[in-house]
Design a protein. Structure first.
Length: 400
């Protein structure tokens, strides 16, 4: 029988989707930090397109939540249903995946923030951060905040560390990881009464910690999880459509997703029903591209390979963008116009950030499975599980 979990993880289409979403977020932070607002520029086609795409950072987070639910929540839910779920194994895999990038990213944030504020102390982005979108009004570099971010309490109980506002979503990601498998386990008769009571207590703790913020954005993750529970049924449904039907579906799904993302951004962003709509649209796209036939497609394969540093790009790009903004446009009112050759600066910055993230990832997230195996052999020699369940971690996106 084909390993559906493995096929879900190696899907080039979905890997490309998360890379594109990550780049949208990065472009958004560069644009708000270095370039003037849309109301101040000539509304050319190029400028309109760049501003429109870069404004979709928040909706892109919900796309990542749906992908995370599909990649991580779905397989975990299937294990709960089958009665084979092992919380210790699941927790160790998730925490290694997250901490392997998060801890060095926090250290890098501290170094870059202190260096930037020392060399560019008069730049507005360091002296008046409250006038910029996408960064904290009063960046907090305390030890308490540093370790609170390691414990995934940012946004829900304490601020994000330093200028690294994008870290807010990692806290929700972690608590979703914990709460939803435990929620299912609490109602499963295949586990002992003690395990079910402990699981229910864990869910209550997660909700108590996350509160309204936890629940508001949860629907996108849950929808992705529900889709990931039945990959074989989804495949069978796609097969019934025939080759032409699948082609139409793959043409139509990205359009639907983009329209919903744009509508969510302009209408009532952040409300529970926009998150629900984004989760459904993302799930529709995941369903449409949920099977990779492995046909030769060099561009698709390149995008899929390039997505291997997405988490790192997400976790480290913001403090670098802040330093670049302080250097290139130290005065907020003198930010660049997104016109002609200056638009190429955005492309150069994105490329530079990607290269830095790829190097960072070589020492962190791309060694996730090796670190897991080492820890498992050293501390949990009998632990078993699927080491491929790591693509779902966001590594992507800030609240703009």
């Amino acid at each position: 029988m084909k390993d559906r979990t493995m096929s879900m993880q190696t899907n080039r289409y979905l890997n490309a989707m998360r890379l594109i979403a990550a780049l949208i977020v990065v472009c958004g932070h560069i644009r708000t930090s270095i370039y003037i607002d849309f109301s101040q520029v000539s509304h050319t086609f190029v400028a309109t397109a760049i501003y429109a795409l870069s404004a979709l950072g928040n909706p892109a987070v919900m796309v990542f939540f749906a992908l995370s639910g599909y990649w991580v929540g779905g397989p975990a839910a299937r294990q709960v249903i089958a009665g084979t779920f092992n919380f210790r194994d699941y927790f160790s895999r998730r925490i290694v995946r997250l901490w392997l990038v998060l801890f060095p990213a926090l250290l890098l944030t501290a170094i870059l923030d202190f260096a930037g504020s020392a060399f560019f102390s008069t730049a507005d982005i360091y002296s008046r951060p409250d006038i910029y979108a996408g960064i904290p009004d009063a960046p907090d570099h305390s030890i308490l905040t540093f370790f609170g971010n390691i414990l995934f309490l940012q946004e829900v109980k304490i601020p994000e560390f330093g200028y690294n506002k994008p870290l807010w979503s990692l806290a929700l990601e972690f608590w979703y990881y914990m709460a939803f498998p435990l929620c299912m386990l609490a109602f499963s008769k295949k586990f002992s009464a003690g395990a079910r009571v402990a699981s229910a207590a864990g869910v209550v703790i997660a909700i108590a910690i996350g509160g309204e913020i936890f629940l508001k954005d949860a629907s996108a993750w849950v929808i992705g999880t529900l889709l990931g529970i039945y990959p074989d049924k989804a495949t069978a449904l796609r097969q019934r459509l025939g080759e032409n039907g699948r082609s139409v579906l793959r043409l139509f799904a990205p359009i639907v997703l983009f329209v919903v993302m744009a509508a969510a951004r302009t209408k009532a962003e952040g409300t529970w029903y926009t998150v629900l709509a984004l989760g459904l649209a993302a799930a529709f796209a995941i369903f449409a591209f949920g099977e990779d036939e492995n046909k030769p497609a060099p561009t698709l394969s390149l995008l899929s390979h390039a997505s291997e540093c997405t988490y790192s790009l997400y976790a480290i790009h913001m403090p670098i963008v802040v330093i670049l903004a302080a250097w290139l446009t130290p005065v907020h009112q003198n930010r660049m116009e997104l016109m002609s050759w200056k638009a190429m600066i955005l492309v150069v910055i994105v490329a530079t950030l990607y290269v830095i993230a790829w190097i960072f990832a070589r020492f962190t997230e791309q060694n996730t499975n090796q670190v897991r195996r080492w820890l498992s052999n050293r501390f949990f020699p009998k632990t078993s599980g699927n080491p491929t369940l790591d693509k779902g971690d966001i590594g992507v996106v800030p609240r703009l």
